[in-house]
Design a protein around this ligand. Structure first.
Ligand code: ADP
Length: 548
């Protein structure tokens, strides 16, 4: 149990990431499957909507001709039985029948085989049909009714019948029955194809379009009407590109051998559904990427926070240790002095020097911590004066050597070949930086008790190098050692205590002076820290510190 809890604690970030990633992957997969289904369903739905449009066109055409036929062909039986057929002609003259080419009546009350009368619209009267193709078509269309009349059969009233056996003469007939449901005659019309093609169809098609395609301008649906042989009768918009029809329907009622089809040159229902699918998937993918990016960022900052808190607790324990060591030495030497265990005045002086050196070390450590706090709070101030860097370095080395003497370290100072020009700097701060570097050189010496300090001039810079032959720093760590709290976490370093603040303070001090600090190091062979201070500080260097 404790093991599991420990594992969970150690891998919180990874577990958190997986906990978000897994449902996201499941969600995306489910969405993929559902969008796939939706794609198929929406293609079908789109087709159905196109088909509905064609049906609406057919219904409207049918409605037009039925209404026209019912209005004009529903003659009273009395016109036939009482010989008042001229009244029909009078009515037709009053209200011309749109869409018809010819109106006719077949009267079975006087002639068993039917007397065909044709309405002459110019004269406004009925006249006997001439021997023509039209008359023949009328005879053929009316034959079933003539036979019903001959047989004296009863028929249901008001049944419109369409005869399109001859495409040139499409006929709608209305059998007229008397009170006893016997046929007394037939009223009919031959349809005007030109009217249908050039006026009725275009207006029906155009009227229905906006209702079904609100975005007609963008969708550009193309409606094509073809005759029985597939010849194009009409195309809307005219001259549009012919394409594979998405849906095709026959016209109901009249012109039944013609078809109306619909297609969109830009997109088929399938292509439309596929584009929808791709759009939705892309959107989800993008959202997932953004989400993952956000999660990664927050995990990264969480991981940083965890690391920082780890570093801080390491810092506390390291600093405590660092404080304890000089304090212990001070106590021991002080005790020796108190107990009079110093055999000679030289020894008394030596112990005193140790106590003083350890005291300085403590002061430096506390200075570092206080400086760090001031830097973090932006309150660290510097006092810049015209100084001799050589002098500053020599003074620092002098105090440092006291501290080194018992450990047998040798600090070799290579002074500049010729006197250096004076430079504006904060001597205490530069001394502190050099101290920190020397401290590190000693701490990470790995037993090689040789440290070299070189001071010189390179062009417009003064260069200070602190070189050791110690444990060195791996290449990948070299960029990070200047970060606050950062300590190299491999090798010997574990045994050496430190606060992880020294180099970050050094870098800050050097930057405030407008200079740069770099490191050249090889693990196992030692490190060289190089500080370059410009003789004429670059503009803006002091601004880093607000001129303090
Ligand atoms: P610390 O108090 O740990 O010495 P610093 O900021 O001074 O903190 O140094 C950061 C880290 O850089 C050290 O923990 C150490 O790993 C590495 N380092 C610094 N100076 C040297 C050196 N001269 N040789 C090898 N490693 C060094």
């Amino acid at each position: 149990m404790a093991g599991i809890l420990g594992f969970l604690k150690r891998h919180t970030l990874q577990i958190g990431f997986v906990a978000v990633l897994a449902p996201l992957v499941v969600l995306l997969s489910l969405q993929f499957v559902w969008l796939g289904r939706l794609e198929r369903a929406s293609a079908i739905a789109q087709k159905a909507s196109l088909s509905n449009y064609l049906e609406a066109v057919g219904t409207e055409v049918q409605y037009f001709y039925r209404a026209a036929a019912e209005r004009s062909l529903n003659l009273p039986a009395a016109f036939f039985t009482q010989g008042r057929l001229e009244r029909a002609a009078a009515e037709w003259q009053k209200k011309p029948v749109e869409g018809s080419r010819l109106l006719f009546i077949v009267d079975y009350t006087h002639d068993r085989f039917g007397n065909i009368l044709i309405y002459d619209s110019e004269g406004g009267a009925l006249r006997t049909a001439p021997a023509s193709d039209e008359s023949l078509a009328i005879i053929v269309a009316c034959t079933p009714w003539q036979m019903a009349s001959l047989a004296g059969r009863r028929v249901a009233p008001a049944v419109l019948a369409v005869d399109e056996r001859s495409p040139e003469h499409r006929i709608v007939v209305n059998p007229i029955t008397d009170d006893a449901s016997r046929i007394v005659g037939v009223a009919g019309m031959i349809l005007d194809e030109d009217y249908f093609r050039t006026r009725l169809l275009p207006s029906v098609i155009a009227r229905a379009l906006p209702a079904f395609f609100p975005d007609a301008a963008r969708d550009e649906p193309v409606v094509t009407v073809r005759d029985a042989r597939g010849g194009v009768i009409l195309m809307i918009p005219p001259g549009a590109e012919e394409g594979t029809a998405a849906v095709t329907r026959r016209l109901p009622f009249v012109f039944g051998d013609w078809t109306v089809s619909l297609h969109s040159p830009r997109s088929t229902p399938e292509r439309w559904a596929r584009a929808n699918f791709a759009f939705n998937m892309t959107l989800s993918g993008l959202l997932a990427v953004v989400l993952m990016g956000g999660i990664l960022l927050s995990l990264r900052s969480a991981s940083r926070a965890v690391k920082l808190s780890q570093m801080k607790s390491d810092f506390v324990s390291n600093v405590s240790h660092e404080l304890r060591t000089p304090l212990a030495s001070i106590r021991v030497f002080a005790e020796l002095l108190r107990l009079g265990r110093a055999p000679s005045p030289e020894k008394v002086r030596e112990y005193g020097e140790y106590i003083e050196a350890e005291g300085r070390r403590l002061t430096r450590l506390i200075d570092n911590i206080l400086d760090f706090a001031r830097i973090e709070a932006g309150r660290k101030s510097y006092t810049f004066v015209n100084s001799d860097l050589h002098e500053v370095v020599a003074a620092t080395l002098r105090t440092f050597e006291v501290h080194l003497r018992p450990s047998g370290f040798n600090v070799r100072f290579e002074p500049p070949a010729e006197p250096l020009p004076s430079i504006v700097l904060d001597p205490d701060a530069i001394g502190q930086a050099l101290h920190n570097l020397l401290d590190n050189a000693v701490k990470y010496s790995g037993g090689m008790k040789e440290v070299a300090v070189h001071l010189g001039r390179e062009d417009k810079d003064l260069v200070l190098v602190v070189q050791d032959h110690g444990i060195g720093i791996p290449r990948e760590e070299q960029g990070r050692i200047f970060e606050r709290f950062h300590r190299v976490s491999t090798g010997l370093v574990h045994e050496v205590k430190g606060s992880g603040l020294g180099l970050s303070i050094v870098r800050h001090i050097v930057q405030v002076h407008g200079g740069r600090i770099t490191v050249e190091s090889e693990p196992g062979r030692g490190s060289a820290f190089v500080i370059r201070l410009p003789l004429a500080p670059r503009a803006g260097a002091a601004a880093l510190d607000g001129g303090r």
